[in-house]
Design a protein around this ligand. Sequence first.
Ligand SMILES: Cc1ncc(COP(=O)(O)O)c(C=O)c1O
Length: 376
Amino acid sequence: MEKKYSTKKISFAGPWITKKEEEYMLDAVRNGWYATFDKDIILFEKTMRDYMGMKHALGTHCCTQSLHLAAASMGLGAGDEVICTDFSWVATAYSFVYTGAKAVFVDIDPDSWCIDPAAIEKAITPKSKAIMLVHTFGHPAQMDEIMEIAQKHNLRVIEDAAPSLGAKFKGKLVGTFGDVGCISFHGAKIAASGEGGVFLTNNDELYEKAKLLASMGRTDSKAVFWSDQVGYQYTIGNLPAAMARAQVERIDELVANKRKIFDWYYERLGDVEGIKILKEKKDCFSNYCYPSMLLEDSLKCDRDELIRQLKARNIHPRPAFPRMSRFPMFEARFPNPESALVERRGVSLPAAHNLVEEDVDFVCESILELTGKKSK
Ligand SMILES: Cc1ncc(COP(=O)(O)O)c(C=O)c1O
């Protein structure tokens, strides 16, 4: 292979912005004040309700806040345990740890990197109050089994669907199965507004509580600016709401683009011995927000060294998350070997919306060369 460096930064993630986003933002900048200061928030929340088929949608500054509102509106707190995947961005666990609840980290399914339903069952104690699952990197978790376990043991379910807008399990959008579903619009997500999040539920009581908490607990019950409880400033701004709405309106093409990028990777790396590309499981429709691979131990290469060498070529993949149960503020109740393997050997591939087939070609050629799977 001749080429050793890409002049274009082959980014891990990044949005796809069109005239629609520009127009919605410009309109919000020009007109989203005074009598219409929250026009785009109202429209964004309606668009989310309609798209997801949910009764309530509450826009937030970011998904971490949506998840915190989920835990807080359920009344989780000290003495409660939440069964949580060990493999995620730490926001997943922080969101309920903020309430005083304790994280019980369990293992993942090696074929999807989502929480393993069998591991949930094994972790249940009399203190268990909720399950926090993640639709990891856009791949749906096994919602049938999870909801069955939750019903059997009377547990609440929070779906962290941060990167997974548009993904489906058995034809139903993820984020619509549990008591609350939360989605992120961070700049690295499939649909981006810089920062942004949404809290989704069909439960009136949870929605009303979350709405109150998200606006400082302000009720005006005894005076203007009166609060009856401590709350948070968690509401989305009008400008990010305008951008998020434009992206949600384009979600089908955003998902199609990510799936195309995944297909390019799968065509090139799907059959390579020692490389396991995560492909959607039966009944699952992934949005492939972050196409990922496991470097099996048979492949004699150091994961971090591979990433370093790819970065030297201006290719920017991401190592898998460390297990949260290893963090000093948490506790490991289970060894979670599958999460441990992914932590050591997992890589998420560049999948910014601006990649073209030639970029993926260069990434794959480089991976094959650097792992010794193809001659130089
Ligand atoms: C699985 C998961 N949960 C939660 C979050 C937090 O989202 P936000 O950055 O919008 O707070 C992220 C974002 O990276 C995420 O990937």
